[in-house]
Design a protein around this ligand. Structure first.
Ligand code: PRT
Length: 225
């Protein structure tokens, strides 16, 4: 049985943000038993439950009020907001804090053999991406008419596989682009992990707990600066 009085926080189960999330909870003094492969981890010293899910499920869980808080990459949040607006689903969240991990940039890239190119090259080209809404918004703003190829992974192999002329993907070190013979172009969006809150949260005990945690979060961030 889940206790609705406990604060529910959604985090990525396993992936790039999971270890940083777990470290953050430690720094905030939230004791957790995360050993088992369970969906829910209960805090042993605070009325907090951690839901461990796929990264792209986190925005929806918070927007629908299934979870009170979530930690998610801004790239995923913005993309999911656009997708849910299109489907007339709840898409609002309160952004409580930008965190100091999960940094990456969403950038255009193309085969190195083309050398330097300008934006006009993208006219009528095919661009593979996992972030069609963010990319479409950019292309409209830049008056570029290109077609999108939606891929949920391995975007970097699309030009070599003949699926697209170019890509728009997340980059951190640039090693993946380099290994796939791609040249990095304009950054469309920079992203960090962020802490989001459901706009439907209406429990005073939960709000009081969040109010207690936020100054701790600020102190943790300041200590690292
Ligand atoms: O596994 P799950 O279903 O939970 O989700 P996921 O597959 O989206 O997870 P994951 O762990 O890959 O990414 C989660 C979030 O981490 C992303 O949405 C970003 O907010 C953030 N993040 C930070 C990154 C990167 N850095 C990153 N480099 N996400 C993905 N990458 C990938 C990128 O797609 C490319 O394949 O890493 C490769 C590039 O890395 P470099 O270092 O070679 O440039």
């Amino acid at each position: 049985m889940t206790d609705t009085k406990r604060l529910r926080i959604a985090i990525q189960k396993s992936g790039r943000l999971s270890t940083d999330c777990q470290n953050l909870f430690k720094q905030l003094g939230i004791k957790l038993n995360l050993r088992e492969q369970k969906l829910i981890a209960h805090s042993t010293n605070m009325p907090i439950d951690i839901l461990r899910v796929r990264h792209n499920d986190i925005p929806g869980l918070v927007m629908d009020g299934v979870c009170d808080l979530g930690i998610v990459g801004e790239n995923e949040l913005v993309e999911m907001q656009a997708e849910r607006q299109r489907l007339s689903l709840p898409s609002k969240v309160n952004k409580l804090a930008k965190l100091d991990f999960g940094y990456c940039r969403l950038a255009l890239a193309w085969p190195q053999e083309l050398g330097l190119i300008d934006k006009n090259w993208f006219q009528d080209k095919k661009i593979a991406t996992t972030y069609p809404a963010i990319l479409s918004e950019y292309l409209t703003r830049e008056n570029i008419s290109a077609s999108l190829v939606n891929l949920s992974g391995s975007v970097e192999v699309a030009p070599r596989a003949g699926l697209a002329d170019a890509i728009c993907d997340l980059v951190s070190t640039g090693a993946t682009l380099e290994a796939n013979g791609l040249m990095q172009g304009e950054t469309i969006m920079e992203s960090y992990a962020c802490l989001i809150q459901s706009p439907t949260l209406d429990c005073s005990n939960k709000s009081a707990l969040i109010e207690k945690l936020l100054p701790r979060l600020k102190a943790v961030k300041q200590a690292k600066e």
